[in-house]
Write a protein that binds this ligand. Structure first.
Ligand SMILES: Cc1cc2nc3c(=O)[nH]c(=O)nc-3n(C[C@H](O)[C@H](O)[C@H](O)COP(=O)(O)OP(=O)(O)OC[C@H]3O[C@@H](n4cnc5c(N)ncnc54)[C@H](O)[C@@H]3O)c2cc1C
Length: 278
C-alpha cells in the first residue's frame, strides 16, 4: 500500500498560518489520514477501505464508542511560534513530542506578543480564569495597559542585551525576560491526543490566545483527516457532559412533557433497564 496522501493537506504543507501578532502554525508533515484509520480498524478482518460512505460510518462509529486506537495511527508534525505564556499551557499536554528553540544556545530575538487593544479586557465575573470578552474597556485604559507592557518588555530586553554585551551566559541573561516573549517548537502528536488537546483548548474556558492556536491546528488537521475531524466535531467537541443529578432532572422533565423523546434518548432514563449508564 502506498503512502496515504491528502490533496488538501499537500496544498498547504509548509505554509505559515499567522496566529496573534507574530506567531504562526505550519504543518510540516503528516503520516496517514482517514484511510489509515479505516485500514487500522479493519485489520482484524483483513480488509481496508471499502466505500467512502462506509468509511465515514466506521470512523464515526469508532469515535462515538471511544475506540480511539486507530486514530493514534495518524501523526501530524507542526512548527509553531507562540508567546511563552501560551507555550506553558500547551506543554501541559504530555503526549506530544516536542523540540523547542533553546535560549541557552541561541540569543533570543526582540519579539514579544503585543495584544490587540481590542482583546484587553477586565477580569470576567463569569469565568474566574478568563477575561470579560463581552465588555470593551475604554481606550485610555487600553493605552495604559499597552504602555505598561511596552515599558516592562523594553526594560527587560535592554537588561538582557546589556548582560550579553558583558559576555554573561545566555542561560542566565535570559531569566528576566517576560512571558510575552515568543518561542518556537516542532510539535508532533497523534490524532487521538490531538483531538483531546483541541477539545480542551478550543473550549471557551481556555485562554483566548491558545484558543486561536487551537483553531488553526484544527483547520490544518481537517485537511489531513476530514472525515475524522467531522466525527471529532460531532462526538467529542460537540458533546456536553451531564452529571447524574442533571440527567435525572432532564429525564424527569421529559417524562412529563415528551415521553417519546425520553424513549429515544434512552441513556437519560436512569430507571430504564435498557438505557442508562448506571
Ligand atoms: C481551561 C484550562 C485550565 C487549566 N488550568 C490549570 C491550572 O490552573 N493549573 C494547572 O496546573 N493546570 C491547568 N490546566 C492544565 C490541565 O490540568 C491539564 O494538565 C492539561 O489540560 C493537559 O490535560 P491532560 O493531562 O488530559 O493531557 P495530556 O497530558 O495530553 O494527556 C492526555 C491523557 O493521557 C493520560 N496521561 C498522560 N500522561 C499521564 C501520566 N503521566 N499519568 C497518567 N495519565 C497520563 C491522561 O489520561 C490524560 O488525560 C488547565 C487546562 C485547561 C484546559
Amino acid at each position: 500500500m502506498a503512502h496515504i496522501v491528502s490533496d488538501e493537506a499537500e496544498k498547504i504543507l509548509d505554509e505559515k498560518f499567522d496566529v496573534l501578532d507574530k506567531g504562526f502554525v505550519r504543518l510540516v508533515d503528516y503520516l496517514g489520514g482517514d484511510a489509515r484509520i479505516v485500514q487500522a480498524a479493519r485489520v482484524s478482518y483483513g480488509k481496508g477501505t471499502t466505500s467512502v460512505r462506509r468509511d465515514k460510518l466506521l470512523i464515526n462509529y469508532l469515535l462515538q464508542h471511544e475506540h480511539t486506537s486507530p486514530f493514534e495511527q495518524v501523526v501530524l508534525t507542526f512548527h509553531c511560534k507562540m508567546p511563552l505564556f501560551v507555550a506553558r499551557q500547551w506543554i501541559r499536554h504530555r503526549t506530544a513530542r516536542v523540540n523547542e528553540i533553546s535560549g541557552r544556545y541561541s540569543e533570543m530575538g526582540d519579539e514579544f506578543y503585543i495584544p490587540d487593544p481590542d482583546v484587553i479586557r477586565k477580569q470576567s465575573k463569569k469565568n474566574i480564569m478568563g477575561r470579560d470578552e463581552l465588555t470593551e474597556v475604554p481606550a485610555e485604559l487600553q493605552n495604559k495597559v499597552l504602555e505598561i507592557l511596552k515599558r516592562d518588555r523594553e526594560n527587560a530586553f535592554a537588561g538582557y542585551k546589556d548582560m550579553l554585551d558583558d559576555e554573561i551566559a545566555r542561560e542566565l541573561a535570559r531569566i528576566n525576560l517576560p512571558l510575552s516573549l515568543y518561542t518556537e517548537w516542532y510539535w508532533q502528536i497523534d490524532l487521538h491526543n490531538l483531538f483531546h488537546f483541541l477539545k480542551l483548548r478550543l473550549d471557551w474556558h481556555a485562554q483566548l490566545e491558545i484558543r486561536l492556536y487551537a483553531q488553526t491546528l484544527g483547520m490544518l488537521t481537517k485537511k489531513v483527516a476530514p472525515m475524522a475531524y467531522e466525527a471529532f466535531e460531532e462526538h467529542i467537541l460537540g458533546v456536553r457532559k451531564v452529571s447524574k443529578a442533571q440527567a435525572e432532572r432532564i429525564a424527569k422533565i421529559l417524562k412529563q412533557h415528551d415521553p417519546d423523546l425520553l424513549v429515544e434518548i434512552d441513556w437519560l432514563d436512569l430507571e430504564s433497564p435498557e438505557g442508562g449508564v448506571y
